[in-house]
Design a protein around this ligand. Sequence first.
Ligand code: PMP
Length: 409
Amino acid sequence: MTTNEPRRDPLAFLGEELDDLRTRNLYRPLRVMSSAQGPIVSVDEKRLISLSSNDYLGLTHHPRVRDAALAAVRDFGAGSGAVRTIAGTMSLHEDLERDLAVFKGTQATLTFQSGFSANTGVIPTITGEQDLIVSDELNHASIIDGMRLSKAPRKIYKHADTDHLRSILEEAVEKGRERTGLPYRLILVVTDGVFSMDGDIAPLRGVVEAAESANAAVFVDDAHASGVLGRDGRGSVDHFGLHGRVAIQVGTLSKAVGVLGGYVAGSQDLRDILIQRARPFLFSTSHPPAVAAACREAIRVMQEEPELHERLWANTKRFKAELARLGFDTGRSETPITPVMMGDPETAGRFSQRLIEEGVFAQPVVFPTVAIDKARIRTIVTAAHADAQLDRALEAFATVGREFGLISG
Ligand code: PMP
């Protein structure tokens, strides 16, 4: 079909969507750092105390981790050259996976390019039409996408509500046969170990007990629990003493481990089937040598320098207690992730901007990441923060908090 009308830009709607986001204070500009990650970062030419990274143990810039990356580049080059099943599996990948399995106390592990691709790879691989996925309502976006890629039906339980989970499971066991004439092959209960926006810990013991009563398998995403919970940061399963009772643990190598990647820890069969079937594993190139080697060294540092983990928790407790003493609403956080509740997105954006002027980099989190009226400044303290830096950050929060009428005094 031809027409004399001027050709309109077929992507014009994108500009309209962006305008709409800006009008509703939901547009998030990228802040560019011109320094390494760490407790002090350079943003827009300013040196700021950062409360925004997931670098829990300060390993992004740890000398041993850097040196491992440099040595791997020297010895193995810059890239791995292919997907793992073709020619992209190096001894570095296998060594990392063996060490990770020992660390996690599981038969085997398999690494993915990111925590996100681990979730979107594993969930659709191990579930299908004959299965059921039962998921916490606040699980991470990558779990949601993993479920969307699966043919399995799913049910959502109220956040951290093990009674609700139990009742869904009871009903599922009863009704399982109705759909296909057969019981579910697998019921998979999925939860984050630590919830990334509120910093609360999943009630994993209750989740496991509920799952066991329905002969379901538990899948925990420990992205924010790796390096944070359990002995030397082994994660939520170790924290709750549930070794052997959680079938699948996903973790990230991008937060406390300080580099990049995701992994799945579980049985040898789980690893083997993922190598055969998981699509991000089969169709996307493996980690560069520097990434695999740096991750492996980071796992060693976590075990050989337990003072990092102790310092993370000492900083966390102090920072959280001081924010509460100042009168801020920090929600239900129990971990180094401490949200400071703002309410509407506009206030959160302005508050964050004022913090920058006061020398602190703490980013707002707004809809759709959280509910529209639950905008917040999300803070994360790390083992690398010095007392004086946290004191300075608290002073900035106090100053801006009073200005905004969020706290008195
Ligand atoms: N799961 C959870 C719970 C997360 O918070 C994140 C990262 N925000 C991921 C998975 C994704 O991890 P990665 O950054 O390694 O892709």
